[in-house]
Design a protein around this ligand. Structure first.
Ligand code: ZN
Length: 123
């Protein structure tokens, strides 16, 4: 093999390695995002399971006196109480760690208080 040829091949390999290196960097970023998503979703899932379990338990204890779904109660005269109840539910959801703002509604709050949620609660 000629010397010139060897240098050309080495140079080519260097270029290829550069490409691979940047590709590896991109893949690492993707993996990082996936791991973060996974972590966030695990927390959200765990929290939702807790809420769901508690709802099921309270539904079972309410079986003796079945309640109408909220949509049906809304039209009745005590509309204000229903609104208050809806507010309480949202406030509870917020304190359980979920967003209730229309920006991130239903997502787990991972970074402490959310200004959108708080301004919604203070309305
Ligand atoms: Zn929020």
């Amino acid at each position: 093999m000629e010397k010139k040829n060897i240098f050309a091949r080495i140079q080519e390999m260097e270029i290829q390695m550069g490409h691979m290196h940047s590709e590896l960097g991109e893949l690492k970023l993707v993996i990082k995002e996936l791991l973060e998503d996974n972590h966030r979703l695990s927390l959200e899932n765990e929290q939702l399971r807790k809420v769901f379990k508690r709802e099921v338990q309270s539904a079972e204890s309410d079986k003796a006196t079945p309640q109408e779904p909220p949509e049906l109660i809304k039209d009745e005269e005590n509309g204000e109480d229903v609104v208050g109840e809806g507010y309480d539910n949202l406030a509870r959801l917020y304190h359980e760690g979920f967003h209730i703002c229309n920006v991130y509604y239903g997502h787990l709050r991972t970074e402490g208080d959310c200004l959108f949620c708080l301004s919604f609660l203070n309305k």
